[in-house]
Design a protein around this ligand. Structure first.
Ligand SMILES: Nc1ncnc2c1ncn2[C@@H]1O[C@H](COP(=O)(O)OP(=O)(O)O)[C@@H](O)[C@H]1O
Ligand SMILES: [Mg+2]
Length: 340
């Protein structure tokens, strides 16, 4: 399988590591999907993240952009709370990943943040605005843009241009300003030149980037991506992630990315893990991943490299640093081998 080959290719230059590779194979660890490409990408992204660490810390302002204070929410009057007494602060320029099993309340949180739902108790503030104030909602929805899961459900225009223009028309932006913003937004998602294309001519990744352009045209402070990459193929996922990364790092747009994919969460500044409407873990991804049992308990599938590390541990091979990416795993295996 491709995963096996790639892994072999990575360890092969360091002779001796072969033996360890064979051990891994003997443990009969399944490669459930094509991890090769994703993990390599994650690996590179990780190196970049480490390299940029200082920059990242400077980039995140001290100002809070979102404040969630003691928020509870239920859909039916006598139904269960789907969010329970939640507290969460997000800093301007931060990239927050939200992980959690199906039904843990992630989308509910997203909809509360841009005022599509209003809390039953507590408050949600976006800068100086509050979602429970009717008069603030318009401004909140402009500031907090949402990109949803299904690329086909959010394309509202007949062409790319119309689609990006949609929100602007609703906001009464003058025509010249509109043309300028469409061009600027398309350029930021690398889709200039596609203005007159129709949705069926685009890939899933391109459609999601157009959705992001639609949000950008409104000049938002925050972009919420609700599993926006989950229906995409690896290439589309990579394109969208790269776009988000640029918007966050270069433009300082605050990103809240809801994802099942822990390998995507690794790239964030901070992640929270939700379970049954509550935050059960919060911290930099590296700290959160120190407790794989808690992630499992929240119903999450561990990143590939971490799950291999766990299997190795069960088999008596203990690598003493958590390996979150394939590159780190190979490095740790190599060091392990050297130390024996
Ligand atoms: N419109 C709705 N009406 C009633 N219950 C809902 C509605 N939307 C979601 N729920 C319930 O709220 C809980 C949290 O859902 P959701 O926020 O969509 O979870 P997630 O996005 O983490 O999968 C689930 O149990 C779900 O069934
Ligand atoms: Mg959801």
């Amino acid at each position: 399988m491709f995963g096996d080959n790639l892994f072999l290719a990575l360890v092969a230059p360091k002779t001796g590591a072969h033996a360890l590779f064979l051990h891994v194979k003997k443990l009969n660890i399944g490669y459930g999907r094509n991890y090769g490409q994703n993990n390599e990408d994650t690996g590179r992204a990780m190196v970049r993240t480490i390299a940029e660490k200082r920059g990242v810390e400077r980039r995140i302002a001290m100002t809070d952009i979102i404040n969630v204070t003691n928020v509870s929410f239920r859909y039916e009057d006598n139904g269960p709370n789907r969010l329970s007494d939640m507290n969460l602060t997000i800093k301007q320029g931060e990239w927050l990943a939200v992980a959690g099993h199906n039904g843990s309340g992630k989308s509910t949180l997203a909809k509360l943040l841009n005022g599509l739902l209003i809390p039953d108790a507590g408050a949600i503030e976006i800068g100086p605005f509050q979602t429970s104030r009717e008069n603030d909602l318009w401004e909140i929805r402009r500031r907090v843009g949402m990109v949803f899961q299904n690329p086909d459900n959010q394309f509202v225009g007949t062409t790319v241009k119309d689609d990006v223009a949609f929100g602007l028309e609703n906001n009464g932006v003058p025509r010249e300003e509109m043309i300028r913003r469409i061009e600027e937004s398309l350029s930021r998602v690398q889709m200039l030149g596609y203005e007159d294309q129709e949705p069926h001519q685009l890939s899933g990744g391109q459609k999601q980037r157009i959705a992001i352009a639609g949000v950008l045209a409104q000049k938002p402070s925050v972009i919420i991506l609700d599993e926006a990459t989950s229906m995409l193929d690896p290439r589309g996922r990579k394109e969208v992630l790269k776009t988000i990364q640029e918007l966050n790092k270069q433009d300082g747009i605050t990103v809240l990315s809801i994802t099942h994919d822990l390998e995507e969460a690794i790239q964030s500044d901070r992640m929270i893990v939700m379970k049954q409407g509550r935050i059960v873990q919060s911290g930099p991804p590296r700290e959160v991943f120190q407790h794989p049992e808690l992630l499992r308990d929240a119903g999450l599938e561990l990143p590939f490299a971490l799950s291999i590390q766990e299997k190795l541990k069960e088999a008596g091979y203990e690598l003493n640093v958590p390996t979150l990416t394939q590159t780190e795993l190979v490095e740790a295996l190599w060091n392990y081998r050297q130390s024996k």
